[in-house]
Design a protein around this ligand. Structure first.
Ligand code: ATP
Ligand code: MG
Length: 458
């Protein structure tokens, strides 16, 4: 099927790429997501071209081009952008539902379109629209429909099931019935999909204004049970703050209330109470932030998120339970700063704000947080000792004062002194610190396990 009437606004540098290939006697089309987006009057993220020219032929036509992989894609540099020019490919065997075993090229645009996941992603344009799977109609009806037999397509590559959820979410479309049924039937196959590929789709899902719908859909379709069982586990676990809400609903409402462009905060919103189902007892969730931190780490490692993002999310989950009161002393404020880390306080407050909204607060109660922020600023202005480095004594000083060689006692002593200074910044002078050491010499020299026994006896 082709519809000559359809006009597509393709940037001139991309048209140039297509025309250069035409002039050399090849076929060339813009294809896939960019055709879909252009028909929807959305700005395509990138412009992809498909052609019957082989990678070597493509490279010959474009001086500024790069062939880096074995999938037939040559990256062509135009003055405006990088255009991915890809030789027509066949569906290759996805024997383990994970990786294409090999690429096989074809001379047929129609075979290339037939291997694509959804009808709306299987259109091509070279001045005329090529739409053999009626993708334009599904665009109009706002439907995500697999190309061909959905069961077969999901067996070839199980990630497509999560991509269906992703496109439904980013475009606000429905997944068509037989495609939906095939997802339910094949959800288990997602178990074999690599964490990296799952992460890639999740990132795109998390970047929509309200991603909760995608996670609800994943749960309803049985995909969450396979790749994110911890979320399903939060269903029917009551949330203490609002009677009508369960932890599942609270996590998703909090997720929606986090800033769209901050994947760390989004993940923290989604996961901050993930420890609750495991710790629920008599209406309380004792220490759920620590259980939640451990679960968060497991989940994000499973999806192969980068280490620094995992660390930031875990830190937020662990620290999200702080409860500020006017009665906090100055040293309590300082301890809070030290525990959380100054640089993390704005993010932690942003999470709290989302958490409040996620609990049903129409106007998030931010007054207390603003007060706390003011007090944090006050403490910083006082230039107190905030890190061990600012302590007016170092390891050598400690060793001299205690007359001990290097060893664990030195670090323990520095930490202990630091705690004292946090409580009373005026102690941070060399003579006063030395006096403290002398005064507490015996305790400081006692190994820690004996100290604990000593405390228990008091
Ligand atoms: P976006 O605009 O978010 O990049 P997209 O449609 O371009 O969306 P990509 O993941 O960039 O999505 O893939 C480009 C095209 O390649 C898709 O439109 C689709 O035709 C095809 N495609 C990608 N992944 C698959 C897959 N796993 N199975 C079949 N076809 C796929
Ligand atoms: Mg794309």
């Amino acid at each position: 099927m082709s519809d000559p009437k359809v006009e597509l606004r393709v940037p001139s540098d991309v048209v140039d790429v297509i025309e250069r290939l035409h002039e050399a006697g090849f076929e060339a089309y813009v294809v896939g997501g960019c055709v879909r987006d252009a028909l929807l009057h959305l700005e395509p993220k990138d412009w992809d071209v498909a052609t019957n020219a082989l990678p070597a032929d493509i490279q010959k036509r474009f001086r500024r081009s790069l062939y880096t992989n074995r999938f037939g894609t040559v990256i062509v540099q135009t003055p405006e952008r990088e255009v991915e020019v890809t030789t027509y490919r066949l569906e290759s065997e996805y024997s383990d539902h994970r990786h294409p075993d090999a690429v096989a090229f074809t001379h047929s645009l129609y075979e290339d379109l037939a291997r694509r996941d959804f009808t709306i992603n299987a259109m091509a344009w070279d001045g005329r629209l090529r739409d053999p799977h009626a993708g334009a109609r599904d665009l109009r009806d706002r439907l995500i429909r697999a190309v061909g037999d959905p069961n077969e397509r999901f067996r070839e590559d199980a990630l497509r099931m999560l991509r269906a959820v992703r496109f439904a979410t980013t475009l606000g479309f429905r997944i068509e019935e037989t495609t939906t049924a095939a997802i339910r039937a094949n959800a288990e196959l997602m178990r074999a999909v690599s964490g990296e590929r799952i992460q890639q789709e999740l990132r795109r899902i998390l970047a929509v204004p309200k991603p909760s719908g995608a996670f609800r859909l994943m749960s309803e379709l049985g995909l969450a049970a396979v790749i994110f069982p911890e979320l399903d586990q939060a269903r029917d676990v009551p949330q203490e703050k609002a009677a009508a809400q369960d932890v599942f609903g609270h996590l998703l409402a909090t997720l929606d209330a986090t800033p769209q462009d901050d994947v760390v905060l989004r993940l923290a919103g989604l996961l901050h109470d993930i420890g609750k189902p495991d710790t629920y007892q008599d209406g309380h969730f004792y220490q759920h932030e620590y259980v939640g931190e451990a679960k968060t780490k497991r989940i994000l490692r499973r999806w192969k998120f980068p280490k620094d993002e995992i660390e930031q999310v875990c830190h937020l989950v662990r620290n999200h339970m702080f409860w500020y009161q006017d009665e906090w002393t100055e040293s309590a404020v300082r301890r809070f700063i030290r525990k959380v880390g100054l640089e993390n306080i704005p993010t932690l407050f942003a999470l709290r704000r989302a958490d409040n909204i996620g609990s049903g607060a129409r106007q998030p109660r931010m007054v207390k947080l603003e007060q706390l922020w003011g007090r944090v600023a006050d403490e910083l202005n006082k230039e107190n000792a905030f890190s061990l480095r600012d302590l007016k004594i170092d390891g050598n000083g400690v060793m001299a004062a205690l007359a001990v060689p290097p060893g664990p006692v030195v670090g323990r002593t520095l930490n202990w002194l630091f705690e004292q200074v946090l409580d009373d910044p005026s102690l941070n002078q060399p003579e006063r610190l030395l006096a403290l050491i002398r005064e507490h010499r015996e305790e400081l020299l006692r190994p820690p396990h004996e100290q604990r026994r000593g405390e228990a006896a008091n």
